[in-house]
Write a protein that binds this ligand. Structure first.
Ligand SMILES: NC(=O)c1ccc[n+]([C@@H]2O[C@H](COP(=O)([O-])OP(=O)(O)OC[C@H]3O[C@@H](n4cnc5c(N)ncnc54)[C@H](OP(=O)(O)O)[C@@H]3O)[C@@H](O)[C@H]2O)c1
Length: 315
């Protein structure tokens, strides 16, 4: 049996649907049912029910967007860092395996091979010299590997949201059997305020960014395969192989859904300027080396995105 914590959220609901579809016995748990933010009630429930796996999809993600975290720092620390640590300690005490959903936003940019052949991290992918490399999917660009050190940390000027998630991953280091499943810019064909495709299509102005993306259903399947295969704990990048830019996505949506869509692009997000120090939000490319090594395949990004756009369900 699986304990699903944070079951009411966007990612939690996707896990819930897929667990139900796969007939996997589970308990979808919200804080109102069981206050899993507190060690004692959680460890008691774990000892009583002895689940095979706990999946933590809960956390403080900020509403309406992650910029909210800049002004709600205590909530963000409690909801991301302290919560994951409490759940990890309870799982450790009860001898239960844990999978924590994290985010690729703990990284900024990508690895780029320079003229001397050395690989360097370029945090900003929007510079002119990289445009051709990225557009041609050059072999001189590669994403962050699962075990790379996060660079969108608080120390490095990351947003408060990404910084606390990077800190959260660090707090899980003493629990080496724990899975960290990093999703990035999640989407499906279902219209939802947290779906990247919804956010993009309802945004008055778009930002040109290069990113990795995660189809939520593909992600749940991959996470469960990691656990079912009893792979070692640690961080797993859970993204659809490939990367795209905002302009690539606009082109896909125009081709398959809205031929006349012509959204405005802005150089930077208006919300960026509201925060001091600036809540920089980068984008990142991620590679799925650990999934690949285990033979766990997610659909290529262009196929997953085309499928979601073609089958768009506006509810
Ligand atoms: N959405 C994305 O595009 C995306 C992409 C990459 C990674 N992720 C990661 O996936 C995880 C879940 O994201 P999500 O989009 O599903 O978030 P969400 O819709 O905001 O849901 C988060 C859930 O966490 C629970 N929760 C626990 N402590 C909380 C607190 N202090 N404040 C608010 N909610 C709290 C709530 O569930 P209950 O009340 O039911 O317990 C809430 O429904 C996060 O770690 C996020 O970084 C999300």
């Amino acid at each position: 049996m699986i304990f699903l914590l944070g079951a009411s959220g966007y990612v939690g609901s996707a896990f819930r649907r897929e667990l139900a579809k796969a007939w996997l016995p589970h308990r979808a748990i919200s804080r109102v049912d069981l206050d899993y933010t507190k060690f004692r009630p959680l460890v008691d429930a774990l000892k009583q029910y002895q689940p095979d796996l706990v999946i933590l999809c809960g956390g403080y993600t900020g509403r309406p967007t992650m910029y909210n975290c800049e002004g709600h720092r205590t909530d963000t620390i409690l909801g991301n860092v302290a919560l994951a640590q409490t759940v990890a300690q309870a799982c450790d005490a009860a001898g239960v395996r844990l999978g924590v959903v994290s985010c690729g936003c703990i990284f900024a940019g990508a690895w780029v091979q320079n003229e001397n052949g050395a690989w360097v991290v370029r945090e900003n992918l929007q510079t002119e010299d990289l445009a051709l490399f990225l557009a041609s999917r050059s072999a001189r660009v590669r994403g962050f590997a699962d075990d790379d050190t996060p660079n969108a940390t608080l120390e490095n000027g990351g947003s408060f949201y990404s910084g606390t998630l990077a800190a959260m991953e660090k707090t899980l280091l003493p629990f080496p059997g724990t899975y960290i499943w990093r999703l990035n810019a999640a989407f499906t064909e279902r219209d939802h305020p947290r779906n990247f495709l919804t956010r993009m299509q309802s945004s008055p102005q778009l930002l040109q960014r290069w990113n990795s993306f995660t189809h939520l259903r593909d992600a749940v399947t991959a996470c469960l395969q990691v656990w079912n295969s009893d792979l070692p704990g640690g961080a797993y990048n859970i993204v659809n192989p490939g990367y795209m830019s905002t302009r690539d996505l606009v082109a896909l949506i125009r081709k398959h859904r809205h031929p006349g869509w012509d959204p405005a692009f802005t150089r930077d997000h208006p919300e960026f300027q509201e925060h001091e120090p600036p809540a920089r939000r980068w984008s990142a490319l991620l590679e799925t080396r650990r999934l690949d090594a285990a033979g766990i395949k997610m659909r290529p990004l262009d196929i997953a995105l085309t499928d979601a756009i073609r089958n768009w369900d506006g509810g």
